[in-house]
Design a protein around this ligand. Structure first.
Ligand code: SAH
Length: 341
């Protein structure tokens, strides 16, 4: 049965109208689902019995099944089992500015980035919007506090699941729903150009992060096969267009891999590439995984890389590290689970 958590506000309004009811039922239903957060239709006491019966017949309110939680000081990792027994994960990070969740958008991933654990397991299927919304609801329930920020940086490539990702944004951003401000939502992509073009036309002020990881095509193609399809010379004009159209600042993610993309020359080339672009670089210390050979850059190298970018007047931060102890980043918990099976 279809999950009610995958329904956008507009789709619900249409649903009620089609069933001879009033549009404002959608407001009532959203308030129950996302503000009062009840777990069954029968608790929705301002709805008539017939309406409840109709909803029960058409929609499910099942939460995701939570298999495992790994907890650390300021980070928790959640492993979920979906109805078809597939596994996905979400990570909760407690920042001083709020509680942020990193959610998965697909089961596995087809982008095949060589350093990434999620790609090692290949895409099984897309998640639907409800499966993304329900990651947020489950984690929020476990936390007992509001989640204020959502990043789409878990397993999967969001722009390889574009329509459901846009529905997700619509649902969680809606002011009658979780009301997560669009500036508190970040979509991360490896650079699927047609979808970046579509995304810039949407009316949302959502943040966009580009997984760059290399300053030139030769190196980027070695790390990320997608670069052979959408090389930098095609990507960058579109990114400039994105910035011009949306007036928003881009984030460039750059993982530092020991001896691969962390040399002073790479830093200078990166500065050159980003010169004059309204964006900033987020340097990510690589999370090593058991299955892959890549090593994280030494901390002196990370500092040196950072200093060069600073000197070149490129805005740059080093990502604060969360939970490398708890097999934290990027598909590692799911991958561990598949190993056990
Ligand atoms: N597919 C999207 C979003 C998911 S990956 C994308 O490519 O942006 C989220 C980020 O984590 C990407 O920048 C990805 O390259 C990075 N990443 C993957 N494996 C990692 C690892 N082991 N350590 C640190 N970052 C990693």
């Amino acid at each position: 049965m279809k999950s009610v958590y995958g329904m956008t506000f507009n789709a619900l309004e249409n649903y009620f109208v089609e069933h001879g009811d009033k549009k404002f039922r959608a407001t009532q239903l959203y308030e129950w689902l996302y503000q009062k957060k009840v777990t069954s239709f029968s608790e929705m006491t301002n709805l008539k019995k017939e309406v409840i019966a109709l909803l029960e017949q058409d929609f499910s309110m099942e939460p995701l099944q939570l298999l495992k939680i790994e907890r650390d000081k300021d980070v928790n990792k959640y492993l979920f089992e979906l109805e078809d027994k597939e596994h996905i994960e979400a990570v909760l990070m407690l920042h001083d500015y709020g509680n942020s969740i990193c959610i998965s958008t697909q089961v596995g991933c087809n982008m095949g980035c060589h350093f990434c654990e999620s790609g090692r397991l290949k895409k099984v299927r897309n998640l639907d919007a409800s499966e993304m919304v329900r990651q947020i609801l489950s984690v929020e329930q476990d936390l007992g506090k509001r989640i204020s920020h959502v990043v789409l940086m878990g397993i999967g490539e969001p722009f390889d699941n574009y329509d459901q990702v846009v529905s997700l944004i619509e649902i969680i951003n809606h002011d009658k729903g979780l009301a997560i401000g669009s500036r508190h939502i970040t979509v991360s992509t490896c650079g699927i150009i047609p979808k970046i073009e579509a995304f810039m036309k949407l009316p949302y002020q959502v943040n966009l992060a580009i997984s760059l990881h290399a300053p030139n095509d030769q190196l980027r193609s070695q790390l990320m096969p997608i670069n052979k399809v959408y090389p930098l010379a095609q990507l960058f004009p579109v990114l400039k267009e994105y910035i011009a159209q949306t007036n928003r600042r881009l984030t460039f993610e750059y993982i530092l891999l020991d001896g691969v993309n962390d040399t002073p020359d790479c830093a200078k080339e990166l500065a050159q590439l980003l010169r004059g672009i309204n964006g900033y670089v987020n340097l990510i210390p690589y999370n090593e995984t058991n299955h892959l050979e890549w090593k994280r850059s030494k901390s002196e190298t990370i500092t040196q890389f950072y200093d060069i970018l600073k000197k070149e007047k490129i805005s740059v931060t080093i990502r604060r590290e969360f939970g490398s102890k708890i097999s934290a980043a990027c598909g590692q918990l799911r991958s561990k689970k598949e190993d056990e099976a």
